[in-house]
Design a protein around this ligand. Structure first.
Ligand code: GAF
Length: 360
């Protein structure tokens, strides 16, 4: 048995650092992603190839730490599928990608999800997509050592063409929201600043949020409404924890409001929420980086309706909601802002909502 499968990267319209707080996210799948050509093998070996690199992994007895580097992601998925009771076996997997790595567009989740759909496809095993997302997330936690939330794997596996995915990260319930941008586009700017999710800062934010929830007597920050924030200082002495909390609570509210505004076709207000999200991520959550702030400001000055950093932060991409007629001016403004600072030139991508992971 052989086949080809594809799993996309994602851009998150809004809802950043809410997933591991049991909150809401609104990503859509990119047309770019990871493609894998896969052949089933009779032995117990995963032969992994990608861009001139290769790794050979024996599945029996595979444990976290046995495989390092990029190969840990597909190996981890195979191991976690087996631990979950899905008897996938050996395979040769040849990966290719048109997704920039380290750009905050979820190339790791695309690699995991491509592996997950390929292995289950090769072995004729039917796993519900939400469960497959949890298995891929577990692989990232245990085999790559990254304590990510559930957004990226869910986006890669559950998104639909032309739609964003509204996901409740507590219940796993999701719905597809038509993305009708009416003469506007989502421009992604890769700031080319180094991005490392494994960075201790991501884990530190996660820990801070869980500590704040505990001090506030809720099981997750998702359980607070914006109106509760006035009472929070009495129970949260630490000003940093207060700001982290304020970001998560207001960001969940922005997701809900964005959904309503998209349904009403009010893109001007959506743009304002995107920019408010960026300000909150910069000021309260402190995960933005200089290139992102400059790119956001330049995009807004050249006519974007709104702009914000995407993903975990500390590097990677921003997105801007741009009227089609302003796209060239926005690109030029961001390029100029980077050039005058002698920064590496940014790269641009028009993000269109593509399908979730599938057989080709
Ligand atoms: C990264 C993580 F992988 C996601 O789970 C999410 O937390 C995101 O950062 C921030 O919203 O992409």
């Amino acid at each position: 048995m052989s086949g080809r499968w594809h799993a996309p990267g994602r851009v998150n319209l809004i809802g950043e650092h809410t997933d591991y707080n049991d909150g809401f996210v609104l990503p859509f799948a990119l047309s770019q992603g990871v493609t894998v050509e896969a052949d089933r093998r009779d032995d117990d070996v995963l032969e992994l190839r990608s861009e001139g690199e290769s790794a050979s992994v024996v599945l029996t007895g595979l444990r976290p730490g046995h495989v390092t580097g990029w190969a840990a992601y597909p190996a981890g998925v195979a191991a976690c599928l087996r631990e979950a009771g899905y008897p996938v076996g050996g395979a040769t997997l040849r990966f290719s990608s048109d997704l920039p790595r380290g750009a905050g567009l979820s190339s790791s989740a695309a690699l995991e999800c491509a592996t997950a759909v390929a292995l289950t496809g090769l072995y004729g095993i039917d796993v519900a997509r939400p469960e497959l997302a949890v298995i891929a997330q577990r692989a990232e936690h245990e085999y790559a050592g990254v304590p990510c939330g559930i957004m990226d794997q869910s986006a890669s596996l559950l998104c639909r063409t032309g739609h964003a995915l509204l996901l409740d990260c507590r219940t796993g319930e999701s719905s597809a929201l038509p993305l009708d941008l009416d003469g506007h586009l989502v421009l992604v700017v890769d700031t080319r600043a180094e991005h490392s999710l494994a960075d201790a800062a991501y884990a530190e934010r996660r820990t801070a949020c869980h500590k704040a929830a505990e001090l506030l007597g809720v099981s997750a920050l998702r359980d607070l409404a914006v109106a509760d924030l006035d009472a929070a200082p009495a129970r949260l002495d630490d000003p940093t924890l207060r700001r982290r909390t304020r970001h998560v609570v207001t960001e969940n509210a922005r997701v809900a409001r964005t959904v309503r505004l998209l349904e009403d076709g009010d893109l001007r207000q959506v743009g304002m929420l995107l920019t408010a999200s960026h300000t909150s991520l910069r000021e309260d959550f402190e995960v933005s980086w200089p290139e992102a702030d400059v790119a956001v400001a330049a995009a807004l000055s050249a006519g974007a309706l709104g702009a914000r950093m995407v993903g975990g932060g500390f590097g990677g991409s921003i997105l801007a909601l741009v009227p089609e007629e302003a796209a060239e001016a926005v690109v030029a403004a961001v390029e100029t802002a980077f050039a005058v600072r002698s920064w590496t030139a940014p790269s641009f991508l028009e993000a269109t909502a593509g399908p979730g992971a599938r057989a080709l």
